[in-house]
Design a protein around this ligand. Structure first.
Ligand code: CA
Ligand code: CA
Length: 459
């Protein structure tokens, strides 16, 4: 009996363990901040969409002179502006950095700048690496990052309008709707194409393309970690903004898989969007998670991809992928349990139209609203009631031979325990609204659904 009471208490504790993301204001308000990067030291570089990069110091102060001001080169407004920043992997030995912006002709520019003799001020001398024509004002991508392979990855949207009317994302002859990969360390030329890029020498394909079928990757990040066996893993996470209904998160395991097609405009999330002249679905790579605009609580509209957490401040958040939605102002936490990806969406302690996350040198996370607020994420907890909030209930209880779920719209893993906590039955990838438990004797059991719902059931 004592054991039973202890178990009930521990289950109750789990049930009331509430979900939260605590934000602490960090620094002053910025002018439409759209990116936050570090350069391997304790400064944060805040990219303002108008065409400036500000230095935010670890004490929360901002340098009076911007690190870079290229407002006269930048067309700003809507989804246009200075959008991306990446420091050279060997900074400061190699004092260069790269930016992604929309120029005064409305086209995407990737260019290289150098830091001056003062590490807090950049030279305004610019080397343009690439200019990519933009057919419409929206869907300009903008995120750039170096991989552990030392190559520069560039996130390109489908060019814009709606529904990708020219079908750029599926067209390997266009750099739009892709992730590109270039080598910026090439002697002489501004860049070269890595020999391992997937479309070199292929007819009607651009050699810079590394992945295709993206609508507007806002944003992507690398996650580097060591396995218990000491193997270093590099994953790539790509958040792709949806058209009408589904926002998606894509994971490129140990990002060795180049040449993948992420499906847009054939698919939006896992649903067919426009499947004319499309490859078969088994040639496409589908997201590890999607969320709906209107069928998952508060109205949502546009994903902002973040980072897998690898810092020390947030307890129990190791390996959790952080993302956000621009409209609902929620912060999302995605993690894998029992081989199933689960996400929670949380109203953080401060509101914001979230457009970027950032990581400092210690891998702690920051988030910024396009309205100017920048915050450090100082605490976060996963909700154990996430599925409960979708109003899943279990009936009847007590039951005879089977139990029923209402509203089980997702695939779940179910474990049945006895009152001593011994695992009795496991049902993987369960979808039905009925679960047959004739095999059990009369008694008290615990049912665990995706480690989120834990309930006592009686037979
Ligand atoms: Ca565009
Ligand atoms: Ca997709």
């Amino acid at each position: 009996m004592k054991k039973l009471i202890l178990l009930i208490i521990s289950i109750f504790t789990l049930q009331v363990f509430s979900q939260s993301v605590v934000l602490e204001s960090f620094g002053p308000n910025f002018d439409s901040p759209v990116e936050i990067k570090n350069a391997g030291d304790d400064r944060l570089f805040v990219v303002e969409q108008i065409g400036k990069i500000q230095i935010l110091n670890s004490d929360g102060s901002v340098n009076s002179t911007p690190f870079l001001n290229i407002t006269s080169n930048v067309q700003y407004g809507g989804e246009k502006g200075l959008l991306g920043l990446a420091f050279h992997p060997n900074y400061p030995d190699n004092p260069s950095f790269f930016v992604n912006y929309i120029n005064n002709n409305g086209n995407t520019v990737i260019s290289k700048f150098s830091v001056s003799s003062n590490p807090n001020i950049a030279d305004t001398q610019e080397d343009i690496l690439m200019t990519i024509n933009q057919p419409y004002g929206n869907h300009n991508g903008g995120c750039i990052n170096f991989g552990k392979d030392g190559y520069l990855y560039i996130g390109m949207g489908d060019g814009g309008s709606g529904g990708d009317p020219q079908n750029y994302s599926q067209n390997l002859n266009s750099l739009l709707g892709k992730i590109l990969r270039i080598d910026i360390n090439h002697d002489g030329a501004v860049y070269s194409v890595p020999e391992s890029n997937p479309y070199i020498g292929i007819d009607n394909a651009q050699p810079e393309i590394w992945a295709s079928g993206l609508r507007n990757p806002w944003k992507f990040s690398f996650d580097t970690y060591d396995t218990f066996g000491g193997l270093e893993i590099d994953d790539l996470w790509i958040a792709d903004v949806g058209q009408n209904e589904f926002e998606e998160i894509n994971l490129v395991d140990n990002y060795i898989s180049s040449g993948l097609n992420y499906g847009w405009r054939c698919y939006e999330g896992d649903d067919i969007y426009n499947n004319s002249n499309c490859p078969s679905s088994d040639e496409l790579t589908f997201p590890v998670a999607t969320y709906s605009h209107s069928n998952s609580g508060q109205f949502k509209c546009s994903i902002t991809g973040g980072y897998v957490y690898r810092g020390e401040l947030l307890n129990n958040m190791q390996g959790v992928y952080f993302f956000a939605d621009y409209c609902s102002q929620e912060i999302g936490l995605l993690n894998k349990e029992n081989d199933i990806w689960n996400y929670s969406l949380v109203n953080p302690t401060a509101p914001g139209s979230w457009v970027t996350f950032g990581e400092d040198i210690n891998k702690e996370l920051y988030i910024a609203s396009v309205n100017g607020g920048l915050y450090k994420i100082v605490s976060a907890a996963l909700n154990t009631n996430d599925l409960d909030e979708r109003n899943i209930s279990i009936y009847p209880n007590p039951f005879e031979n089977e139990i029923y779920f209402n509203n089980l719209a997702v695939t779940v893993n179910i474990i049945i325990y006895d009152i001593n906590g011994k695992e009795l039955l496991t049902f993987e990838n369960h979808k039905d609204n009925v679960l047959h438990l004739d095999i059990l004797d009369s008694g008290i059991y615990f049912i665990n659904i995706n480690n989120q719902i834990k309930k006592i059931i009686k037979k």
